[in-house]
Design a protein around this ligand. Structure first.
Ligand code: FES
Ligand code: FES
Length: 179
C-alpha cells in the first residue's frame, strides 16, 4: 500500500504495510529521531507532531495520517544550527538521554506553539507525557521556560502562528532525510 503525506515540509509518497504504526513508517524511511521505547503509547519517546498536535507515533496507525502534515525532530535543527528549543535543553543541562530527549523536545515545541508563555505548572505538563526515571523533570521544566523566552525573542511572532510553523519546516528541510 502507498499513501501521500507531508513530512517536515516535504510531500512524500511512502509505502506501508497493514498494521504499520507511524513510528514504523518514519524509522523505515530514515526519520530515526523518533525513538522506540515501550511501543505501547506509555513512554513518549516516539513523539512527533501531526497537524500541530504532539502524538505518540508508536500507537498512531499509519493509515490515519494520510494527507497529514508530520513533523519529526529532524525538522527542528541540525547539530551546527540548533533550534531554540534544542538550545534551551542544552544550555539548561536538561540533555537527558538519546531516547527521551526527542520526545521532550517535540512535546515542548508543540506545547509552546499552543501556549507561548507557560507557567511552571504548564511547562511541567508539556513534558509530562515523556517518562524519565533517571534525572527527573526539574531541569527539563527549566528548559521549557527558557525555550519560551528564546522563541519569543528569536521570532518576535506569536509562536502559534502559521508563519512560525512554516519557519520550523523550512529549517527542518536542512536536516531531513529525503528518500
Ligand atoms: S515508544 Fe511510543 S510511547 Fe513509548
Ligand atoms: S530516560 Fe532519558 S534520561 Fe531518563
Amino acid at each position: 500500500m502507498e499513501m501521500e503525506l507531508t513530512i517536515n515540509g516535504h510531500k512524500r509518497s511512502l509505502k506501508f504495510a497493514r498494521g504499520d504504526s507511524l513510528l514504523d513508517l518514519l524509522r523505515r524511511y530514515g526519520y530515526t529521531g523518533a525513538k522506540r521505547g515501550c511501543d505501547t503509547g506509555d513512554c513518549g519517546y516516539c513523539t512527533v507532531i501531526v497537524d500541530g498536535e504532539a502524538v505518540q507515533s508508536c500507537v498512531t496507525p499509519t493509515k490515519t495520517v494520510e494527507g497529514a502534515r508530520v513533523e519529526t525532530i529532524e525538522s527542528l535543527g541540525t547539530q551546527d544550527d540548533l533550534h531554540p528549543v534544542q538550545e534551551a535543553f542544552v544550555d539548561n543541562s536538561a540533555l537527558q538521554c538519546g531516547f527521551c530527549i526527542p520526545g521532550m523536545i517535540m512535546n515542548t515545541t508543540a506545547a509552546l506553539r499552543e501556549n507561548p508563555d507557560p507557567s511552571k505548572v504548564e511547562a511541567r505538563k508539556a513534558i509530562e507525557p515523556v517518562l524519565c526515571r533517571c534525572t527527573g523533570h526539574k531541569k527539563p521544566v527549566e528548559a521549557v521556560m527558557d525555550a519560551a523566552e528564546r522563541l519569543e525573542s528569536s521570532t518576535g511572532l506569536s509562536r502559534g502562528s502559521e508563519e512560525n510553523i512554516v519557519e520550523a519546516t523550512d529549517i527542518g528541510s536542512k536536516g531531513a532525510t529525503d528518500e
